[in-house]
Design a protein around this ligand. Structure first.
Ligand SMILES: Cc1cc2nc3c(=O)[nH]c(=O)nc-3n(C[C@H](O)[C@H](O)[C@H](O)COP(=O)(O)O)c2cc1C
Length: 203
């Protein structure tokens, strides 16, 4: 159960959507349709994009391939001598068996771009993923960004076709219909993250 369903999300304002998003890990079918994924990707490619580098890469993994993908990850990490513990494997299997869509997230690194340092490319990817998450939320789906499953190895990005020399892999988004209510966890008071600069604040 999300804070709202597909049916009524159309009547919510953009700020309602932004203020109500919460990550939810436990999701199940139905996942988004091809049209809904396309819409979320349209939002993703609206991220700020200095010099139009288009760094964002989204790889869709749908069931039954999600389960198969997890087993492949376990195998290659075992073979690479970077095994995931049996306990973590079981936890991941339990989570992923119901996840209808797993999105692998990477961005193309433009090394030595004179105008756009890699930090800007990283930030653009983060902004893109956030747009994707909010768009999914607006359509009634829950997402969860995770950097488990060997994200920061060479082997897992390579399994997905991302050469670590040219791409930075940044994890996975699970996407689906929420199985639990969104957490009501408090957000910080906005004033706690804000201050004003005036000429007299200079030391
Ligand atoms: C880049 C990134 C990687 C993350 N990786 C993990 C992870 O591996 N495991 C985890 O439990 N949460 C991870 N999180 C946090 C969750 O995705 C989520 O943001 C967190 O549970 C807070 O929920 P909220 O989005 O509703 O505030 C990650 C968040 C980000 C931005």
């Amino acid at each position: 159960m999300n804070n709202f369903s597909n049916q009524d999300s159309g009547s919510l304002s953009l700020t309602d959507v932004l203020l109500s998003r919460r990550s939810i890990k436990a999701v199940t079918a139905p996942g988004p349709t091809a049209e809904q994924v396309e819409l979320a990707l349209k939002a993703a490619v609206c991220a700020p994009d200095h010099a139009a580098l288009r760094v964002w890469r989204y790889t869709l993994i749908e069931q039954p391939h999600v389960k198969e993908f997890a087993e492949r990850v376990f195998d290659i990490l075992d073979k690479a001598g970077k095994p995931i513990s049996d306990e973590k494997k079981e936890k991941a299997r339990k989570w992923l068996k119901d996840v209808p869509l797993l999105v692998a997230l990477a961005y193309k690194i433009h090394h030595d771009n004179p105008k756009v340092p890699v930090i800007e490319q990283t930030l653009s990817m983060g902004a893109s993923v956030m747009n994707f998450q909010n768009a999914m939320h607006a359509m009634g789906f829950a997402t969860f960004w995770s950097t488990g499953l060997g994200t920061f190895t060479d082997e897992v990005p390579e399994l997905l076709g991302y050469d670590p020399l040219d791409y930075q892999f940044v994890g996975f988004l699970s996407v689906g219909t929420p199985m639990v209510a969104a957490s009501t966890s408090e957000r910080p008071d906005p004033s706690s993250v804000m201050r004003r600069w005036t000429p007299s604040s200079e030391h």
